[in-house]
Design a protein around this ligand. Structure first.
Ligand code: HEC
Ligand code: HEC
Ligand code: HEC
Ligand code: HEC
Length: 192
């Protein structure tokens, strides 16, 4: 099913959209992960489908509206193919490749955090096992970064995760964190 290869994903969960994540992942003291994402190409991937370049590619393929056609939107829009029941009421497809394209549908995580007791902002909360997967592995990226993309650039997980890095400074990751994550293809715990 579309999107469900993301780690920690659950078909009974819902895509709720990046606006929801903003409430808790946008504070500067937490690395403003939401702000980093809004400046990335992923956040503009839907808009990109309205560009002259996109229209030209689409025209050559006989596609009338790339923003509405699965042939393009399946990789430029989060959960394009997912059933309506899997999308929250406020989910906004025009926000492009959102957090949940990589982290999986997150309705349950949002609800669990809203229901939880408030903690001081400088404290990293230890989430119960199973509420979230770890970082998305290379397989998650390759669902879109593959040769079916008309603009395919060879995908390099180690290099590309650095380009989209959004680290929470409170976690005090070691300096080589992204290198190690990159070398393991996003599965650090499976590498011995
Ligand atoms: C009500 C607050 C809240 C909301 C809303 C929220 N989160 Fe979180 N999230 C947390 C907390 C708390 C943690 C644990 C780490 C920390 O303290 O920041 C966390 C951790 C995470 C992690 C890291 C998990 C790990 O590997 O350790 C990811 C990924 C994540 N959230 C994604 C999302 C996404 C995607 C959304 C929006 C759909 C979202 N969150 C919305 C509070 C929230
Ligand atoms: C749902 C599809 C999708 C997934 C999943 C996805 N991407 Fe992307 N990515 C895109 C699209 C589409 C673009 C181009 C957006 C644009 O230019 O408008 C892009 C662009 C990028 C760029 C910018 C490339 C450039 O030319 O500057 C980087 C870096 C990147 N992605 C890294 C990743 C990484 C790392 C992962 C996995 C952790 C990932 N992406 C997962 C669809 C996806
Ligand atoms: C299999 C996934 C996939 C499909 C299908 C797809 N794209 Fe993309 N698109 C991407 C990715 C990923 C990138 C970023 C380039 C890269 O790193 O490969 C991208 C980049 C782009 C860009 C920006 C190129 C640049 O110069 O940065 C345009 C325009 C675009 N796509 C248009 C389209 C159109 C139009 C269609 C439909 C005919 C389409 N794409 C179908 C994944 C896809
Ligand atoms: C293109 C895929 C992709 C998108 C989109 C994306 N993430 Fe991530 N996320 C990753 C990867 C890869 C990592 C591990 C590397 C890193 O932290 O930059 C990660 C790590 C995280 C972490 C843990 C940070 C830490 O310091 O360990 C949180 C929390 C998180 N993401 C939340 C979000 C939120 C919220 C959004 C949207 C506003 C988002 N992510 C969008 C791929 C993505």
């Amino acid at each position: 099913m579309a999107g469900s290869a993301a780690r920690g994903a659950d078909d009974a969960d819902q895509y709720v959209g990046a606006e929801k994540c903003k409430n808790c992942h946008a504070a500067p003291s937490k690395g403003d992960l939401y702000g980093v994402w809004t400046k990335s190409k992923h956040a503009k991937a839907y808009a990109m489908l309205a560009s002259e370049e996109a229209k030209k590619i689409a025209k050559d393929k006989g596609i009338a509206d790339p923003q509405q056609d699965k042939a393009c939107a399946q990789c430029h829009v989060t959960a394009f193919d997912a059933p309506t029941a899997m999308k929250g009421k406020k989910f906004d497809p025009t926000q492009g490749v959102q957090c949940e394209s990589c982290h999986g549908p997150s309705g349950k995580h949002v609800k669990a955090r809203l229901d939880a007791e408030e903690t001081p902002e400088d404290k990293v909360v230890e989430l119960p096992k199973g509420e979230r997967g770890g970082p998305p592995s290379a397989e998650v990226c390759i669902k879109c970064h593959n040769e079916k993309s008309p603009n395919y650039k060879p995908f390099d997980y180690k290099k590309f995760i650095k380009e989209i890095a959004h680290l929470d400074p409170r976690r005090k990751h070691p300096a080589d964190y992204l290198d190690k994550l990159g070398e393991s293809g996003g599965k650090p715990e499976e590498k011995k």
